[in-house]
Design a protein around this ligand. Sequence first.
Ligand SMILES: Nc1ncnc2c1ncn2[C@@H]1O[C@H](COP(=O)(O)OP(=O)(O)OP(=O)(O)O)[C@@H](O)[C@H]1O
Ligand SMILES: [Mg+2]
Length: 412
Amino acid sequence: MYLTHLSLTNFRNFARLDLDIPRRVVLLVGSNAQGKTSFLEAVYFLAAFTSFQTHVDRQLVNFIEAKKPLAVGRLVAEYRRGPSAHRLEVRLVLEPVGVNGQRLRKEILLDGVKRPLAEVIGHFNAVIFVPQMTQIIEGGPEERRRYLNLALAQTFPSYAQTLNEYSQALTQRNALLKMLNERGGDQSQLAFWDETITRNGASIILARITAVQEIEKLAARVHHSLTRQQEVLRLNYLPAYDPLPHPERQIAMPLNTPLDRSMLTLEEIQQGFLQRLQEARSEEIARGVTTLGPHRDELRFQANGIDLSDYGSRGQVRTALLALKLAEIEWMKARTGQWPVLLLDEMLAELDTQRRADLLAYLENIEQALLTTTDLKSFSPEFVEKAEKWEVESGTVRVMGRGQKRKDAEKD
Ligand SMILES: Nc1ncnc2c1ncn2[C@@H]1O[C@H](COP(=O)(O)OP(=O)(O)OP(=O)(O)O)[C@@H](O)[C@H]1O
Ligand SMILES: [Mg+2]
């Protein structure tokens, strides 16, 4: 799939932007603080409905506009998905509440019809790669869960909805556990939440098992070639509730031995999970919190058996991440039948010459890629020649080269 047009109103430093986008590689060039990352953030927001930079959607609305009692930020993507054309619009409405407060409401319209997020996610897909994403490997487990959730929500149709229901049930269940801990009461009230948590939790676990296994295969192949056959990458999914039985001999196995969970069925996972929750009930009441489930899952990255979060060098982490991202694109294409739009923010500066060349060669495969840079010289002249080039300056985008041509034409 690919974008054909993007309109932004009061999004970050773009007060107003209206732009046709070609189906190829686009280079966004500009000095610092002009809006390059914000542009990619807008496109990604239309795919994930969340930013990779902030959890606070309010920050996305132009801050001068946001001072008004009622402010609206608006993003509109026109795109082609296979043979059909679509229009996706997101409105970030900041409206007044109470005396001096403001509340943000998110409205999503697909082809002119208002729809809930969980129904629309996955219709327009994008994969983003920014330098700070090394946090996926170097940061805490919540970064890796977020990574999995965002990739899965775009790819598996009901994942976002399931995750939503799981999170809401988790909040309710934790409140109930806390109440039982503080005031005592009828424990059988937990049964309803246990059922909701394990039903949704089992779907999440199964989706993660499948996704990690498929992405790992693709990532390992890319990684092998990026490291010139020197390193083998492994993705090790460690569910907090692990549906695999743990006989003694498995506990003694080294960490990098693959555990195959792909034979498990949804029902088996739910049954096992429910049983474990029941076994853990008194402990959970004592702690007033749900201790098991996908909200505590972990995913580890290993190269040649070495855990990259703990021991990876900067270069190893970057290479693993590049492999992961390229695998994610392939995986989405395989799963959805569509290439996601690829967004690369300042990635070239982070890579050595060989990996840079590998990445640029890879771009030939996909339908559309938007890349930012402060310096066109970081690309080869041939690459620059072939790409569409835009200059980003103070929240405006100018197509480079055309202005010059127009002037020449006027002379004739
Ligand atoms: N809500 C907002 N409203 C208006 N301006 C904003 C908002 N949020 C961020 N900005 C500003 O937008 C500008 C562009 O930021 P952006 O991160 O897109 O720059 P960039 O071109 O990627 O720069 P760099 O090369 O430094 O990464 C910055 O000056 C930033 O302070
Ligand atoms: Mg930037």
